[in-house]
Design a protein around this ligand. Structure first.
Ligand code: PLP
Length: 329
């Protein structure tokens, strides 16, 4: 039976699972470490799912009309997904982006005809970020009130508050993991940015089997901006802290704080080392947050109580997006 797709939107999702068998042996793991390889999405990251879901949700609600401009803020992958789907569906696209993200991301968004504005280039936003020491939620509030609400042809999809973000993981990513493992999952691991992935997948898996343990991964103190080091040398792109000490107003609405059983904290340099290791052991080139997720999954696999268990970790994007950042050097 043949199938010729007519739009990149038809290529989103249904990504494969891969057990890192060589890595397991090298690390003497007695648990199975399986990754969900999200770079198989058409624009090489998990964010294609929410890009499509948020755009189609706005179309269904009649908010998004032909000729409109889709806008979001992102560390890159959502921008790339939105830019591509906007191009395929005939919308304009503009993104407000963190200045330190890799050059590849800017170039790809421009290739799709999208416009990029660095957060530091918009004076009002730059001021808010400086005053709040990088509070993204405050920056978005400003963007919404001062820039976006003043132009009716602009549709702000706002990935950190849009229910269509976690919903698509509940409807697709979670069920795909369940089906491809025949329901045998013991622990699910995801890094947290907007929290959409962990929320949607976690809610789906726990609805099927409440005993499945859900583990969220956050960056360690050396990989975060601070008063002393406003831009740390090494970060985990797209991943933000969400533990109890993080102020409530900095937690995205898309994260269900009741869904995870544990938080594991990983420093950027350890995440990078793991990404380099799996590239060599299993021939798979993954990004920084994928390294963090696999590093956390490895720690779980080494615990005696997890012997023989299956751990599934989402690996969000491809290492090709970090060649200029030195991840593999
Ligand atoms: C590379 C990367 N990994 C992980 C995440 C986290 O995914 P989520 O936003 O679903 O929590 C993001 C989100 O921005 C990302 O860009």
């Amino acid at each position: 039976m043949g199938k010729i797709n007519k739009s990149i939107t038809e290529l989103v999702g249904n990504t494969p699972l891969l057990e890192l068998v060589n890595y397991e042996k090298q690390n003497d793991l007695d648990a199975e470490l399986v990754i969900k390889v999200e770079y198989f999405n058409p624009n090489q990251s998990v964010k294609d799912r929410i890009a499509l879901s948020m755009i189609e949700d706005a179309e269904k609600k009649g908010i998004l009309k032909p000729g409109d401009t889709i806008v979001d803020t992102t560390s890159g992958n959502t921008g790339i997904g939105l830019a591509a789907i906007a191009a395929a569906k005939g919308y304009k696209f503009r993104v407000y982006i963190q200045p330190q993200v890799s050059e590849e991301r800017f170039k790809v968004i421009h290739a799709f005809g999208g416009e990029t504005i660095k957060l530091t280039e918009e004076p009002g936003l730059a001021k808010i970020l400086k005053e709040t020491n990088g509070d993204f939620v405050a920056a978005i509030k400003y963007l919404e009130e001062e820039i976006i609400s003043k132009d009716p042809s602009v549709v702000f999809v706002n990935q950190i508050a849009n229910p269509a973000n976690p919903r698509i993981h509940l409807e697709t990513t979670g069920p795909e993991i369940w089906e491809d493992t025949n329901g045998k999952v013991d622990i699910f691991v995801a890094t947290v940015g907007t929290g959409g992935t962990i929320t949607g997948v976690g809610e789906f898996l726990k609805s099927k089997n409440p005993d499945i343990k859900v583990v969220g991964v956050q960056p360690g103190p050396n990989s975060l901006p601070s008063d002393e080091v406003p831009v740390p040398e090494h970060e985990i792109t797209g991943v933000h802290p969400f533990s109890a000490d993080v102020p409530k107003n900095r937690i995205p609405a898309t994260l269900n704080q009741n869904i995870y059983d544990e938080i594991i904290t990983i420093e950027a340099l350890d995440a990078y080392a793991t990404a380099r290791e799996v590239a060599k052991s299993d021939g798979i080139l993954l990004g920084e947050s994928s390294g963090a997720a696999i590093n956390a999954a490895t720690q779980l696999a080494k615990r005696p109580e997890n012997k023989g268990k299956r751990i599934v970790a989402v690996t969000a994007d491809t290492g090709l997006r970090y060649l200029s950042s030195g991840l593999f050097e």
